[in-house]
Design a protein around this ligand. Structure first.
Ligand code: FPP
Length: 248
């Protein structure tokens, strides 16, 4: 069972299903405001939804799940919301660590850690180490992540290698640059989902999504169930992907 009352027709992973799904979890604020509650209440509800979606992955044949938790632009929110979110991330890691370990989830974080508070970075490092032996689902949490920022940081590291004489500029191609990205050990996403009805990519996995399929769901993230997730994944499985080629 993926969620309440929902079972996929196939018990084996979907044929042609996405191996890597990335999600922009949008709509927490509106979900809370429509209930007359503070925005942070929506983020808390959103955090609860994460477990259900992670747990749905194995049955859907999804090996890699990447979720957008905090963008490099989210610092522009009020100080109260930003600090509430940072507290939520710390609590989430502390509370969920053992369950993630038991469920076979390997957790990684992408994004710039330098601007994050040290106590949060310590918990992130510990969770990565704790789950490093897991291989059932690879959960990547994008925290203080921006696609442009990631490419800029990658280029900076690459330039240092060139300056140090370790890399010949003539050898630099797309594959070389990808090795310097935060996502260097991950496959590119096959499917990117954004909830809440907004049809924007908001600086998420810009490089990696070159050939991804996009799905925009009208549902606000705290209401986004495993059942809904399963429907979108099944729809993807019926699509023909050409990667720029002509069908033969
Ligand atoms: C966007 O909704 C959501 C965020 C900026 C935060 C995402 C965070 C979570 C789902 C919670 C925790 C995640 C983890 C991994 C513990 P919004 O606030 O922009 O919604 P709005 O567009 O309705 O205002």
């Amino acid at each position: 069972m993926i969620g309440k009352g929902y079972r996929l027709a196939a018990t084996t992973p979907l044929q042609g299903g996405p191996a890597h799904v990335a999600i922009i979890m949008d709509g927490n604020g509106r979900w809370a405001q429509s209930r007359g509650r503070p925005r942070l209440f929506g983020h808390q509800a959103g955090a609860k939804r994460v477990r259900e979606i992670v747990n749905a992955c194995p049955e859907l044949g999804i090996r890699y799940l990447t979720i957008f938790a905090f963008s490099t632009e989210n610092w522009k929110r009020t100080q109260a919301e930003v600090s509430g979110l940072m507290t939520l991330f710390r609590r989430y890691i502390t509370k969920e660590a053992q369950a993630l370990l038991k469920e076979g989830v390997r957790v990684r974080f992408i994004g710039d850690r330098d601007q994050l508070e040290p106590k949060l970075v310590k918990l992130m490092d510990e969770l990565e180490t704790l789950t490093a032996g897991n291989d059932r689902v690879h959960l990547t949490i994008a925290l203080n992540y921006g696609g442009r920022d990631e490419v800029a940081r990658a280029v900076k590291r690459l330039a240092h290698e060139v300056a140090a004489g370790q890399l010949d500029p003539e050898d630099v191609d797309a594959e070389t640059l990808a090795k310097f990205l935060d996502t260097c050990v991950l496959p590119d996403p096959d499917l990117v989902i954004r909830t809440s009805g907004e049809a924007r990519i908001s600086n998420f996995l810009l490089w990696q999504s070159a050939y991804a399929e996009y799905e925009f769901s009208p549902i606000l993230w705290p209401d986004f169930t495993a059942e809904e997730f399963g429907k979108i994944v099944e729809k993807f499985s019926g699509r023909e992907r050409r990667f720029g080629a002509v069908p033969v």
